[in-house]
Write a protein of this length. Sequence first.
Length: 279
Amino acid sequence: MRKLYTWKLPHATLELGSRTLIMGILNLTPDSFSDGGLWADPQKAATRALAIQSEGADILDIGGQSTRPDSRPLSEDEEWIRILPALKRIAPLMKIPISVDTYHASVAWKAIDSGAQIINDISGFRLDPAMKAVARKTGAAAVLMHSRGNRDQLFVRPDPDSVEAIRDELGATIHGVVDAGIAPEAIVADPGIGFSKTNATSLKILKRLDLFSTLGFPLLVGSSRKSFIKTDIPVTDGRVWATAATVAKSVALGAHIVRVHDVGRMRVVTEIADSIEQA
């Protein structure tokens, strides 16, 4: 059974472990690998946010910058220009907490000031040292992901790593954030599927996800539609079914939150996977 946690947000608390929570993805980018350009218009983004909420998401994760391999890094101003119009429309409509997917401290600060409660940083607060101060001063919750190197190096595929080494690096990142004054109960750990890892290593992390539970923090897994789970089987929605397999495995091995595009269908997967684990 998963360990139970209470995740402290500025204006809410989320109970983690009794069931798997769903973080629904809303990309405000023209070049996302999955749904780039679909929700760039603020009104369309608001409509999609409401749909994500109604499909059963527990958290809405919005991002203005694509982090797919070979994507162009945006400046802080460019990223915020993409996020602001949508966030202004979305925030008053949401009954669930909003997470902002960014590694820029100024973007995180403005997003928290505009209604977001969680910072989801693919660098684990490494790329912008000011991010720690933003989290400390605002009380924002944080998803700290394992990755390596600067922005251009995040997608380098090294030789396969040991899962233990990745676990230890993520633990060091988290403890550095805690040492900077961020409350441990505000932190969720993400092993960083697909970032700074070979496809084989990403699969090994899913196989041994329970090892990350030894860090002593709740776990988030983001495997949705990623290239390491592509299938050559000619079936409709192959990436969705492949994602479902990774979500079910993640639940069985201790994930508290799964970050997904297909909220309604993954809600079914997590409900049944939870039922099996609790039987």
